[in-house]
Design a protein around this ligand. Structure first.
Ligand code: NCD
Ligand code: ZN
Length: 347
């Protein structure tokens, strides 16, 4: 007997679509399965103003194949010069759904991010007033702090002080990778949520480093110890409304990944839903997949759950996915989970 699972159509609450030829190639990979996505603003130059977000949204919609439906939910890149009034206007018009905080230097294209958090206080206060969520890349950039500790230290040194100083500010901890992140969300009942990526449910740091370096498993925040992966799995499959899917699917061409100084990012848009079905089945939690991928995110962002649906099917034999997708900038390798997958999306 064939097993199928039908859920409300999922959304991706953290996605990198890039621009130009790369956008054209990767957008259908997301639009095929996801109704909406929070689109990251870390272009070069970054999407800082409402006008830039409007232009970027138009380019995304232009790149969308005519037979696909997809709603990009736009974000603004927070800089020390961001104008609170511009943010408020972009939110009021329905254009912008979140503001993204990158500590300067934390990750790909974050050079224009924040160095002095006092400089963004007026924007954060305005956001708390109007209920606009702040999406946070939660890693300190201090060279003294070990890369595997950067998320935990960020929570204590930066995030908790910001939240205490800005009551009512709604925060999404993006792509959490640690049990510390899970615990911080759980211990703060209001105004806090977290996205979890597909790949952080699948790999730990051994997968990156044992038996030879695997550049396609390198992303930021970097995958941590096994105990942290297990904490993320428990959170994602718990049904707790504060945890939701943000794939952080982040395409880089193969030469940029397979290099002496490779870029950070895993490209998972193509097979994320099948991999999640595999993970949730392993955790005996297939009944929680809809909450994680389709319901908790809209709950946090105060948007309706999609009325369209998505059906997953389990197969006797393993299914295959393309190893790479071709883009106008070069090939992009699709995330390889390292195990046989028996699920696919129907249709
Ligand atoms: C992202 C990218 O490539 O833009 N990379 C990554 O490793 N996740 C940036 C980010 O989200 O940190
Ligand atoms: Zn990202």
């Amino acid at each position: 007997m064939t097993q199928t699972l039908t859920i409300a159509r999922p959304d991706d609450w953290h996605l990198h679509l890039r621009d130009g030829a790369m956008l054209e190639a990767v957008l259908p990979e997301s639009a095929r399965h996801f109704a909406r996505a929070i689109v990251m603003p870390n272009l070069v130059p970054p999407v800082v103003t409402g006008a830039q977000a409007t232009a970027y949204r138009d380019r995304i919609l232009e790149a969308l194949p005519a037979d696909m439906a997809f709603e990009p939910l736009m974000t603004l890149y927070l800089t020390e010069n961001t104008d609170p009034q511009d943010v408020a206007a972009a939110h009021a018009s329905g254009l912008v759904r979140a503001v993204k905080l990158y500590p300067a230097g934390a990750t790909t294209n974050s050079a224009s991010g924040v160095r002095d958090f006092d400089k963004v206080r007026p924007v954060l206060e305005k956001m708390a007033d109007i209920g606009l969520p702040l999406c946070v890349h939660g890693e300190v950039t201090d060279h003294q702090i070990d890369i595997f500790d950067r998320e935990a230290v960020f929570i204590d040194r930066v995030l908790d002080p910001i939240r205490r100083a800005t009551p009512g500010l709604r925060v999404v901890m993006e792509h959490i990778t640690t049990a510390n992140g899970v615990e911080y969300v759980k211990s703060n009942p209001t105004d806090l949520g977290a996205t979890i990526t597909t790949h952080h449910l699948i790999i730990n740091r051994n997968h990156i480093l044992v038996g030879g370096i695997k550049p396609h498993y390198y992303c930021l925040p970097v995958a941590k110890r096994e105990e942290h992966r297990l904490a993320l799995r428990a959170a994602a499959t718990s049904g707790d409304g504060r945890f939701f899917l943000g794939t952080d699917s982040a395409p880089h061409t193969d030469p940029n990944k397979e290099s002496a100084c490779g870029c950070a990012g895993c490209f998972t848009a193509t097979n994320t839903m099948a991999l999640l079905a595999h993970v949730f089945e392993e955790e005996n939690a297939l009944d929680q997949l809809e909450a994680f991928a389709s319901k908790n995110g809209p709950g946090f962002y105060r948007l309706p759950v999609n009325t369209a649906q998505l059906t997953l099917q389990k197969h006797e034999s393993p299914v295959t996915f393309p190893a790479k997708i071709a883009t106008g900038e070069g090939d992009v390798t699709v995330f390889d989970p390292g195990f046989a997958v028996h699920w696919s999306v129907l249709g």
